[in-house]
Structure formats: structure tokens, C-alpha cells
Design a protein around this ligand. Structure first.
Ligand SMILES: Cc1cc2nc3c(=O)[nH]c(=O)nc-3n(C[C@H](O)[C@H](O)[C@H](O)COP(=O)(O)OP(=O)(O)OC[C@H]3O[C@@H](n4cnc5c(N)ncnc54)[C@H](O)[C@@H]3O)c2cc1C
Length: 376
């Protein structure tokens, strides 16, 4: 006999763990299937810290979702034994008229978020880790900070377990198909399961399960570095908000010291390497390290001590860098959360709520029009 559930969630990483938790909390019989471990370091949701910020330069329409995400993270944290969200404030900086600075300010103004505009000198006076060109501007927003992604996944899975969900790790989904009664059948390398609906949260592997995502949700290799600061007090969480920075070398981001004895940084689209998530260079190279170190030496010289750690990770980019949150037009019993384009983790708590809505009702009250599949 085939194992039968209300909903199956394919992939229990950042988004899938939140989805199983929301579904189980609503009394739904949910099965989560994960090919690796819970949590693991082969996808997109590892590396100890993820930026949470509200001054969203990408688009002001993200701000209501971010407010809801923050409420849900705090709620999750309240019944977990570890802190999940650390508030350090956030900095978005670059040349004064750069879209990153302007967009960040616009989101604050449209949504009444508290913020301060700092000149380069004011920024360095307050946060002495920075050495930016004189004509740069920074937007400081006090509610930003960072999440601990591995702990967030564990907290969501704990909550799902307490509400009766079944989650199976080390069980790889091989394919899914619609059934004659409007449900789905999912085959793994261990067994077959049926359900009324399916949520696909397979991260960098999403296009393997949704034809419409082919060429739309594209995996890209990323690299993170942690460098030992020469001046540790400049890079402590109380003294060093999370940041995004546009410079001629690209758009970079970083964190205060947390969990590893080094300050962490990365470059968006690192070396622009589109990859097969099952076959790429997982080990960071000296060229990867050089790119990040040269940036740190120039803009955060007091932070550019010996390397403590490096890791690779995967972005899954869409053509417009906005997410895909939708049901499949030809199979409305299948919901998809994909293409989080390097900025999705902070939303995982609210994405879980949205995908639970889509799986159960086919619609949600959240504003997700800009994430529809048919925009491509
Ligand atoms: C280096 C880096 C830095 C980032 N920084 C930030 C940041 O600061 N702030 C922020 O908000 N976002 C950030 N992001 C983006 C964010 O981390 C991602 O958008 C988010 O983690 C995506 O979650 P996901 O659930 O889609 O993917 P994942 O967490 O990878 O989950 C997908 C899951 O599906 C599973 N899966 C795939 N195929 C199968 C199968 N066949 N069977 C069963 N399971 C399967 C995978 O094993 C995986 O566990 C960053 C990403 C990277 C890589």
C-alpha cells in the first residue's frame, strides 16, 4: 500500500522546514522529504549567519513580508532553546546616488522605518571597521541583524515534529506525477507516497522537478570567507551592523564575528559561475580567497587578518532576482517556492506560511503578485 498524506514537501532546507512547520501547526498530515541531512551544508542554507534587513533596496514591496517574517522568527525563537535572530542594525552603503543607497532609503520612507543617513566619515566615526571613499553614503536601519540558518531549520523541524509531522532525511525524491484524483504521487529512492498536494522547495535542484523553472531558477556557485580581525572590538556584534556595500569591484555583504573567530564576507555572484548543483567545485580555491581578501584589505583593513574559514554555497537566481512563489498552472495541487536569488533566507518563516496557504487553499492573503511564474 502507498503511504498517504495530506501534503508532501520536497526538500527540507530553509523554505521546506518552515513549510512543514506551518502545515503541521495547522493540523495537516505532512511528510517532508530531504535528500541530505537536517540541516546540511550542500545546498543554500548553511554558513552560520544570514542577513536580516528591512531597508530593502531590492523593492519596497518586500517590506510587509519582512515585517511578518520578523514576527514569525520571534515566535519561533520563543519556543526554541537558542537565539535565532540577533539585532545588530543594518548598513546599506555605496556611492551616494547608487540604487542600493537610494532603494534602501525609499523602502524606509515608504514604510515608515526608522533610519539614519551617514556620510563616509560619520560611518567610520561610529563603526571604525569601515574605510569607504569620502563620497560614499550609508543608510543605517536599527532593526536589521542576522539569523542563524542551521538553528532556524532545526527550530522549524522541532516545531513540525511536535505538531506530528513526519520528516525523512537521506531520502531522495526521484520524480513526482499527478494522480487521476487530482493529487500527487512522489517516488523516492526508498519508497512511493501519495498526497492531496505537493510543495516543491528543492532549492538549487528545483528545476529538476518543475519544467517551467528550466533556465529561470539557475544555480550559481558562491564563496564565503571568515577573516580574523586585527582589531576584534571593531567587528563585535555590538559595534558592527550587518552590511551591504556597492563598490567598483561589485556588491559585497558581511557580518560581525559570530560562531567562527572571524568576520564573514561574500560577494554577490562571486565569480559568476553558473553550475550543476550535483557537480561543481565545492572546495574554495586560492582565487576565491584572493577576491574576498583584496576587497577586505581595501574597505575593512582592520578586519583583513589571517583566514579562519571558507565555504561554498549555492544561489538559485531568477532573471529579475525576485522569487517564484506560485502554484503550477497545469497542476494547481503543486506549489513552488524557488529562485530565491541569494536573498531568500530572511523570508523563510513567511515563505513557509505562504506555501502552506498555497498548498491548502491555492491562494494567500500575502502580496505575492510579483513572484508569479507567468511573469517570465
Ligand atoms: C553564500 C550565501 C549567502 C547568502 N546570504 C543570505 C543572507 O545573508 N540573507 C538572506 O536572506 N539570504 C541569503 N542567502 C540566500 C538564502 O540562503 C537562500 O535564498 C535560501 O537559503 C534558500 O533556501 P531553499 O530552501 O530554497 O534552499 P535549501 O535550503 O538549499 O533547501 C533545498 C533543499 O531541497 C533538498 N532537495 C533537493 N533535491 C532534493 C531531492 N531530489 N529529494 C529530496 N530533497 C531534495 C536539498 O537537499 C535542500 O535541503 C545566501 C545564500 C548563499 C548561498
Amino acid at each position: 500500500m502507498t503511504d498517504q498524506h495530506d501534503v508532501i514537501v520536497l526538500g527540507v532546507g530553509g523554505m521546506g522546514s518552515a513549510t512543514v512547520a506551518h502545515l503541521a501547526d495547522r493540523g495537516v498530515d505532512v511528510l517532508g522529504l530531504e535528500r541530505y541531512d537536517v540541516p546540511h551544508g550542500y545546498g543554500s542554507s548553511h554558513g552560520i549567519t544570514r542577513i536580516f534587513r528591512l531597508a530593502y533596496y531590492e523593492h519596497p514591496d518586500y517590506v510587509p513580508l519582512l515585517r511578518r517574517a520578523a514576527t514569525l522568527w520571534e515566535d519561533l525563537e520563543s519556543d526554541h532553546d537558542r537565539q535565532l535572530l540577533y539585532r545588530t542594525g543594518s548598513i546599506d552603503a555605496g556611492p551616494t546616488d547608487d540604487p542600493l543607497v537610494e532603494g534602501s532609503k525609499r523602502s524606509c520612507e515608504e514604510h515608515d522605518l526608522e533610519y539614519e543617513r551617514l556620510s563616509s566619515d560619520e560611518l567610520t566615526d561610529r563603526y571604525p571597521g569601515y574605510r569607504l571613499p569620502d563620497d560614499y553614503t550609508a543608510i543605517y536601519q536599527p532593526d536589521g541583524g542576522f539569523l542563524v540558518p542551521e538553528d532556524c531549520i532545526v527550530a522549524h523541524v522541532d516545531r513540525a515534529h511536535r505538531a506530528g509531522a513526519t520528516i525523512r532525511a537521506r531520502e531522495r525524491v526521484v520524480n513526482w506525477q499527478p494522480t487521476d484524483d487530482g493529487g500527487v504521487r512522489v517516488e523516492t529512492d526508498h519508497a512511493a507516497y501519495e498526497a492531496d498536494s505537493l510543495v516543491i522547495t528543492a532549492g538549487a535542484w528545483a528545476a529538476q522537478f518543475v519544467d517551467a523553472l528550466d533556465g529561470i531558477a539557475v544555480p550559481e556557485r558562491q564563496v564565503l570567507a571568515w577573516l580574523q580581525p586585527d582589531e576584534p572590538e571593531y567587528f563585535a556584534p555590538e559595534r558592527f551592523p550587518v552590511w551591504n556595500l556597492r563598490v567598483p569591484e561589485g556588491r559585497f555583504y558581511g557580518f560581525p564575528v559570530h560562531g567562527v573567530p572571524g568576520f564573514k564576507l561574500g560577494r554577490y555572484h562571486h565569480r559568476e559561475e553558473t553550475v550543476d548543483p550535483d557537480a561543481f567545485e565545492r572546495e574554495p580555491t586560492q582565487a576565491d580567497e584572493r577576491l574576498l581578501r583584496e576587497f577586505a584589505e581595501q574597505y575593512f583593513p582592520a578586519g583583513a587578518g589571517p583566514t579562519m574559514r571558507m565555504e561554498t554555497c549555492l544561489f538559485t537566481n531568477t532573471p529579475d532576482d525576485h522569487f517564484v512563489l506560485d502554484t503550477l498552472p497545469e497542476h494547481p495541487q503543486v506549489a513552488v517556492g524557488a529562485g530565491f536569488s541569494g536573498h531568500g533566507f530572511k523570508f523563510a518563516s513567511v515563505v513557509g506560511e505562504i506555501l502552506a496557504d498555497l498548498a491548502l487553499d491555492g491562494e494567500t492573503d500575502h502580496g505575492i503578485e510579483m513572484f508569479s511564474l507567468d511573469r517570465f
